[in-house]
Design a protein around this ligand. Structure first.
Ligand SMILES: CC(=O)SCCNC(=O)CCNC(=O)[C@H](O)C(C)(C)COP(=O)(O)OP(=O)(O)OC[C@H]1O[C@@H](n2cnc3c(N)ncnc32)[C@H](O)[C@@H]1OP(=O)(O)O
Ligand SMILES: CC(=O)C(=O)O
Length: 534
């Protein structure tokens, strides 16, 4: 990996975040004003140069955001930008409602979107090409004369340029003449490809003296690549959204673009020491927008530095950078290993170390063979580290002596009006004593869990701190209908620690029982290890 500056590239690029405006245009995202303020604070802490906060004239929420921002944000690094369109056709700039609401937002900078494709001027705005140019000029001119820094988003620039370059360039020229700070070439439909981008941005850089910026949508899957190509061709301002949120397939993902520009191309973007905040920021923003972050997200995803294949893990154990393109800590992420049927001895050894289980070299091959057999039957140890820990311990001759099962029974009684009650009875031996307990639950697993806890609780105080946090059932061979094998996964927690356990059987209650017993046994082992009294 090189973070040295590459000759011929700009020394710095302005990062312009539009998560709160274009990001919020993604289907499924709806931010409150508080959410927007929280995201803005996070972006400022990362050190982005500009934060586009929303369109103040479009809805009361964005207007309130801009009203509250000066008092509640105290931005250290970033400049807040209000977004809106140019004046409407046939309306004077000073009387245009959108431009007035931009002024009322009281930011130092604004961003104006204008049509840069002739087809959009004639067919979407339904006005003349000359009026399209005047709308751009008048709007920028009006806001610059009010003392504002103006970014100019040339909407559909790439599509327009490919069809009628002279019109698209004259729109840019109008904005530049009127005093726009930055001409932002937008790939609004997101269909551009990197080689086209490089050629077009290079051409615009030749004819324009203003700063060139870019804004890419991801419809061809190239938004990040296009942003990097644009920088190679002369752009020094890049727009995008955290986690690639945005209209349709999203915008250029800043959680990728920023590390790429900084770590791969040696370009200054956010302050160098803050790049390590990008993983936590990306995950925090995912929480706020309430969308799970894809584990495969480059740099910041949970799987970005997770290794599964045995050959990879064995090499990494010898050379940590063997299968990692950067040191994960640079971006605040970390290396993980998962163990599955694709593991080799080295993977298992590393996992055993991580789980605090000592395992002899001779035992490794034997456990690996057993693990692969179990995975063939439907186990999935990658997501069940608790059960994997027990498998490793068993291979070293350990047996759980907390309790032994004599039998369990589950009854579901259907009552009038469709109500049902499930009751479980467990018979276990603890400390040489036979214990029989019955409990009710809202289903077989909760009833079994309650009965087992009732039986064990007098002997193991630590059980009061343990609880199940999730329960998942997956049918593995659904073509066998009711004879299908099912996999049950249980997540558990004791407040400090979490673990996952697994059970597989053609009987869902039996599979649940195995996962449940593993969950309790792992919890008791952890309690013993942290000297919580049992
Ligand atoms: C490429 C982008 O993503 S830009 C950001 C787009 N974001 C949004 O649209 C979200 C916020 N939008 C809104 O809340 C509303 O669409 C508003 C408030 C902006 C406008 O609402 P309305 O006045 O009801 O208009 P509506 O949305 O139906 O149509 C858009 C109007 O803007 C005009 N318009 C579109 N682009 C521009 C432009 N760049 N400059 C000037 N006017 C424009 C259209 O001509 C149309 O006006 P018309 O019907 O008088 O011809
Ligand atoms: C401005 C903008 O969001 C676009 O052209 O996609």
């Amino acid at each position: 990996m090189s973070s040295e500056h590459v000759a011929g590239l700009p020394s710095s690029v302005d990062v312009y975040d539009t998560t709160l405006r274009d990001g919020a245009q993604q289907e499924g995202i709806s931010l409150t004003v508080e959410d927007k303020l929280r995201v803005a604070r996070q972006l400022d802490a990362l050190g982005v140069r500009y934060i586009e906060g929303g369109w103040p004239g479009a809805n009361p929420k964005d207007a309130e955001f801009f009203r509250r921002a000066p008092e509640e944000l105290n931005l250290e690094h970033a400049t807040l930008v209000a977004f809106g369109s140019t004046r409407r056709a046939g309306v004077k700039a000073e009387s245009d409602a959108t431009l007035r609401s931009l002024l009322e937002a009281s930011t130092k900078a604004v961003c104006l979107v204008a049509k840069a494709w002739d087809y959009h001027v004639t067919d979407a705005l339904r006005t003349s090409l000359g009026e399209g140019i005047k709308m751009a000029f008048d709007s920028v001119d009006f806001l610059v004369k009010q003392g504002l820094e103006v970014f100019f988003d040339a909407e559909h620039f790439f599509d327009g340029y490919k069809r009628n370059p002279s019109y698209s360039l004259s729109i840019l020229d109008a904005a530049e003449q009127a005093g726009a700070r930055t001409l932002v070439l937008c790939d609004t439909n997101g269909g551009a490809l990197p080689f086209e981008v490089e050629e077009i941005v290079a051409r615009v850089s030749e004819v324009s003296a203003a700063q060139i910026g870019v804004h890419f949508h991801n419809d061809s899957g190239c938004a990040v690549a296009n942003s990097l190509s644009a920088v190679r061709a002369g752009a020094t301002h890049v727009q995008g959204c955290i986690n690639g949120y945005g209209e349709r397939t999203g915008n250029a993902n800043l959680s990728t673009v920023v590390p790429d520009l900084t770590l791969k191309m040696g370009i200054e973007t956010v302050p160098r020491e803050r790049i390590q905040l990008i993983t936590s920021l990306s995950r925090h923003v995912a929480e706020i927008v309430n969308l799970p972050l894809s584990p495969q997200s480059p740099y910041v995803g949970a799987s970005a530095f997770t290794h599964k294949a045995g050959l990879h893990v064995s090499a990494i154990a010898r050379r940590p950078d063997a299968y990692e393109h950067i040191d994960p800590e640079t971006v605040g992420n970390g290396t993980r290993f998962v163990v599955s049927e694709m593991a080799g001895r080295q993977s298992l050894l590393l996992k055993a170390n991580e789980l605090g289980v000592e395992i002899r070299d001779e035992a490794l091959s034997q456990v690996l063979e057993r693990l692969k057999e179990l995975e063939h039957k439907g186990y999935h140890f990658e997501v069940a580290d608790g059960s994997l820990e027990l498998l490793l311990r068993l291979s070293e001759g350990w047996t759980q002596d907390f309790f032994s099962l004599e039998s369990f029974k589950v009854l579901t009684e259907y009552k009038e009006k469709g109500e049902s009650v499930t009751e479980a009875t467990v018979k276990v031996v603890v400390n040489g004593e036979r214990v029989i307990e019955t409990a009710e639950g809202n289903g077989p697993v909760s009833a079994l869990d309650a009965a087992l806890r009732k039986a064990l609780r007098p002997y193991f105080e630590a059980l009061s701190q343990m609880h199940l946090t999730d329960f998942k059932v997956r049918v593995l061979d659904s073509d066998k209908a009711t004879d299908a094998t099912v996999r049950v996964l249980i997540d558990s927690s004791n407040g400090d620690d979490t673990w996952s356990t697994i059970g597989v059987s053609s009987n869902v209650i039996e599979a649940s029982w195995h996962a449940l017993v593993d969950s309790i046994v792992v919890g008791l082992i952890r309690a013993a290890a942290s000297s919580v009294y049992l």
